[in-house]
Design a protein around this ligand. Structure first.
Ligand SMILES: [Zn+2]
Length: 136
């Protein structure tokens, strides 16, 4: 799935923002030009603090979750993979590369705009099953 300029542009804007420690007006405009409504949705996801990074102890395994309106979305940032319908129907169809969950996660990950939730490894399997079910 790593074939897109969208994520390159997003990466470079995020790293600029990290250096300035904020999303400048210029960055916001560029992101809106690139993603349109997807960016608007990503931005409200960030403002509402709906990006969570689960860290499991003691293994240190991490899982990224975006809390949606009706369910939670499991995100795999390295693979640029999300289990939402948007991703399934449009990304796989190559019409769109990044769904708004991935955009939000990417910005959150680089700028540190996420909440860390620590869980015991014992809960890993059952939580993963819940998330996979929720997004199936
Ligand atoms: Zn998604």
């Amino acid at each position: 799935m790593k074939n897109n300029s969208e994520s390159d542009v997003l990466n470079s804007i995020c790293h600029e923002a990290k250096a300035e420690n904020k999303l400048s007006g210029k960055s916001l405009t560029a992101l809106y030009d690139l993603f349109g409504q997807r960016f608007t949705k990503a931005l409200s996801t960030l403002k509402e603090n709906r990006v969570k990074k689960y860290v499991f102890k003691p293994s240190g395994r991490t899982v990224w979750i975006v809390i949606g309106r009706e369910r939670d979305y499991l995100i795999m940032p390295e693979a640029e993979f999300c289990m939402c319908d948007d991703f399934y129907f449009r990304v796989l169809d190559k019409k769109i590369h990044l769904c708004y969950h991935l955009i939000a996660q990417k910005i959150a990950g680089i700028l540190g705009w996420y909440e860390i939730i620590k869980e015991d490894d014992k809960l890993y399997e059952s939580l993963m099953n819940e998330w996979k079910k929720a997004t199936a």
